[in-house]
Design a protein around this ligand. Sequence first.
Ligand code: SAM
Length: 232
Amino acid sequence: MLRIDILTIFPEILENVFTTSMLKIAAEKDALEVHLHDIRDYTTNKHKRVDDRPFGGGPGMVLCCQPVIDAITAVRAMSDVEGRLIFTGPDGNTFNQSYAQEFSEEERIIFVCGRYEGFDQRIFEILQPEIFSIGDYVLTGGELAAAVMADAAARLIPGVLGHDQSAVEESFSLNTEHGGALLDYPHYTQPANYEGLEVPEILRGGNHKLINEWRLERSLEKTKKIRPDLLK
Ligand code: SAM
C-alpha cells in the first residue's frame, strides 16, 4: 500500500484525478491511498494569506515559510511512516520511469505543490526535501506534476493493472530480450482491415514466438528512429 499526501493551495484541481479509472481501482484494491491537503488551512495569517512579495523586488509572489512548514509538519504526523518528502519544481531531478518504479515501492510519499514564483528558499534549507521536475518547461503550479508522478507510480504497484505484463511490456520498461529500455511496439485491435489497412499477418497467426520477435523488432526500429539515446 502506497500512501500519497499532496499539499497544495488548490486541492480542487486534483479532486477528480484520483477518483477515476485506474487510480480509483488502485484505491479500491487497497494499493493506493491519496489525501489532499490545503496549505491555506495551516496559515496563521488572519486574511488566510500564504504568499507575499519577494524581497529584492521583481515579479510574482512567493509562498511563505510558516504555512508551508506547518502544513508539512501536521501532515507528516498523520501517519507513523515518515515517507519521502518531494517538492515539485522545474529545478528538480527529472522524473522518469525508473523513479516511477522506485516511488511505487514506497510506503508513503508527500508531494508539495508550488505556485506563483515558488517557495521561500528557507523552506528547502529547513526541510531538506527532494525536488522533482516532470520536464524542462514551466507549469503554473505543481499540482499537475504531482498528479503525473502519482499516476505513473500507482499503476506500477503490483496488482493495480489488470494484466501484470502490461507494465513490463511498455515504453521505457526493461525489455528482457533486448536487455534495455525500449519504446513500445505498435498495437492493433478489431477490425483486422480498416479502410484497406490490414493488421500485420503475423499478429493474427497465433505463433507467439514469431509475434514476440516481430514486436521486439518494431520496438527496436521505433526506438532507433525516435529515441536513439535510449539505445546507448
Ligand atoms: N520561478 C520558478 C522557476 O522559474 O523555476 C517557477 C515557478 S512555477 C511558475 C510554480 C510552481 O509550479 C513551482 O513552484 C512548481 O511547484 C511547479 N512547477 C512548474 N514547472 C514544473 C515542472 N516542470 N515540474 C514540476 N513542477 C513544476
